[in-house]
Design a protein around this ligand. Sequence first.
Ligand SMILES: [Zn+2]
Ligand SMILES: [Zn+2]
Ligand SMILES: [Zn+2]
Ligand SMILES: [Zn+2]
Length: 113
Amino acid sequence: MPGYMLPCRYCDQLVPPDAEVCPQCGRWNPVDELRCPRCRSPIMEGWKACSRCGQSLTVTCPFCNQVTFFGDHCSHCDARLTVRCLQKKCGFEQPPLGTICVKCGKPISGGKR
Ligand SMILES: [Zn+2]
Ligand SMILES: [Zn+2]
Ligand SMILES: [Zn+2]
Ligand SMILES: [Zn+2]
């Protein structure tokens, strides 16, 4: 028995309880516990910033221009909020919290320099 696993809340496949990203569907925060994307300490939905590292946890939705808690979807208009890393080898999908890919550390916002 390979340890206990928890169902991904998006695709219901079993994932490790400490998974930051579901290996099956690639969505952020597959298990219920929300974690800071920077320091991985537990956070609560609705927080404005991480209590430990101060990482901002709100984003402005590019679709409706309202501030929403970071996550896959805007809580106001339900638009999909994740951005994809432009690095070909990476392509990691993540909440639009910063300009740097949380996985490979390269800038996400391509195009302009
Ligand atoms: Zn999943
Ligand atoms: Zn943090
Ligand atoms: Zn929105
Ligand atoms: Zn990347």
